[in-house]
Design a protein around this ligand. Structure first.
Ligand SMILES: *[C@@H]1O[C@H](CO)[C@@H](O)[C@H](O)[C@H]1NC(C)=O
Ligand SMILES: *[C@@H]1O[C@H](CO)[C@@H](O)[C@H](O)[C@H]1NC(C)=O
Ligand SMILES: *[C@@H]1O[C@H](CO)[C@@H](O)[C@H](O)[C@H]1NC(C)=O
Length: 416
């Protein structure tokens, strides 16, 4: 009697152990010793990876575009309806047809006037929302701490719209907000307005700031830009940080390239060629002048460049830039803008993470802006990973999430 049941028990143990090993294999990724809360990061990364794989499966079954499926998962888990407390009032409305979530700090006081921030959430131009808890918490915290009005823009996403529609939505909402009667309604001081965003939102914030300094009506309306681990260029996917972090959590290199291609409505078959910089090889004439603005051997410090070599193909694939000329457009890649545009930009804050493919995009922008006399604060975190600033609440709370957020808000407090 005991014999078969104990062997069944062993079998059960065996299966459990095998499943556990499989799970551990799926979750485990080698991480740098210095990274913040590594086990938690592995779980977060595994969760995100499985959501991505599930979405890909949904697309392969012909049910929906994988980005729509993925965003459905993200938004269903994270949606938070507008709420208010004694310190912040939150309202969903629209600015000239563009949906926004507005966070007003200390709504009871009319005077003194508040500062204002246009906030642009990240998510590869395709994911997330101003209305998910991560961004809701960040913006309400900002509204409270800065006694500010934060306009978190619900711009339209890939695959419903592509470049430059995201930028157009942001321009419309921002121009609406900047009208004197609207600022007055929200008790906002027209002299104290910032544009800010993280990741793809940092890309859009940088592009929007560049658009405004080229527009006579809006040239001096923005006091600050604050860019959190921004995406700034698509010419070189082999900067030292792309090489160092090609398999880093949350945003491996091939995933970043896929976001780029989807943003520009291109063909995903280009990914492998772009990984080796075939799209900007020496025989692609159109890339030549821009390549010189992105020479990281001159833009990055030797401490970073010494262990890496540029990846520059002699012969590549000219068809990619022919089909996707937007890859070289400064509205998608603000890092390659002319000096004449850069020199008019407002005071700037750039936050970078060591363990992030986009680290060097940020560092090169710091260097280019400093080179034309823009006042720049560079805030670098050695133990940080891409996307960390929104991970401040249990169970996805990271010590570096809290530190990056506090450091960012502190800079805004001192400068806005
Ligand atoms: C770890 O981080 C510290 C600063 O926080 C830095 O000085 C050190 O070089 C880093 N070590 C490695 C191996 O990256
Ligand atoms: C890059 O371009 C070269 C020349 O056209 C080609 O031989 C090579 O296969 C390409 N590499 C990739 C990964 O597409
Ligand atoms: C996350 O939050 C929990 C509960 O508040 C806390 O015990 C833990 O120390 C936090 N972890 C980090 C890394 O901040």
């Amino acid at each position: 009697m005991g014999q078969p049941s104990s062997s069944r028990l062993w079998c059960l143990y065996g299966v459990s152990a095998a499943l556990l090993a499989l799970l551990a294999y799926y979750v485990y990724i080698p991480l740098p010793a210095n990274i913040s809360d590594p086990w938690k990061l592995m779980l977060l990364d595994a969760t995100f990876r499985s959501a991505q794989q599930l979405s890909q499966l949904i697309q392969d079954m012909g049910l929906s575009h994988h980005l729509i499926a993925l965003n459905f998962i993200i938004v269903s888990f994270g949606r938070k309806s507008a709420w208010s407390s004694k310190n912040v009032q939150i309202t969903d409305t629209n600015f000239d047809g563009v949906e926004v979530r507005v966070f007003e700090g200390f709504p009871k006081t009319k005077e003194p006037l508040k500062s204002g921030v246009i906030y642009i959430h990240g998510g590869g131009w395709a994911l997330a929302s101003a209305r998910i808890s991560y961004y809701d918490e960040l913006c309400s915290k900002m509204a409270e701490e800065l006694n500010s009005v934060i306009v978190s823009v619900e711009y339209r996403l890939v695959p419903n719209v592509h470049f430059p529609e995201q930028l157009h939505d942001l321009e419309r909402a921002t121009k609406y907000f900047l009208q004197p009667h609207v600022l007055e309604k929200y008790s906002v001081d027209p002299e104290r307005i910032a544009i800010s965003g993280d990741s793809a939102g940092g890309n859009l914030a940088a592009a929007l700031s560049q658009q405004f300094v080229q527009d006579d009506t809006f040239r001096d309306k923005i006091k600050l830009q604050a860019l959190i681990y921004p995406v700034l260029q698509a010419l070189d996917f082999n900067t030292p940080s792309y090489q160092q972090n090609m398999n880093s959590p949350i945003l491996p290199r091939h995933v970043m390239i896929r976001y780029w291609i989807d943003y520009l409505k291109g063909n995903q078959e280009f990914v492998q060629a772009m990984v080796v910089n075939n799209h900007t090889s020496l025989d692609v004439e159109r890339a030549a002048t821009l390549r010189s603005r992105l020479d990281w051997l001159s833009l990055l410090p030797e401490s970073i460049t010494k262990d890496y070599r540029p990846v520059m193909q002699t012969v590549g694939n000219a068809q990619i830039v022919q089909e996707l000329p937007q890859l070289l457009d400064m509205r998608s890649a603000p890092l390659v803008a002319d000096k004449e545009v850069l020199q008019n930009l407002p005071k700037t804050y750039i936050l970078t993470c060591e363990h992030d493919v986009l680290r060097d995009d940020g560092i090169m922008y710091v260097k280019r802006l400093e080179g034309v006399g823009v006042d720049v604060t560079h805030d670098h975190f050695e133990d940080a990973f891409h996307g960390c600033m929104i991970f401040t609440s249990w169970p996805t709370n990271f010590s570096v999430g809290v530190r990056t957020r506090d450091s960012y808000i502190k800079w805004l407090k001192e400068n806005l």
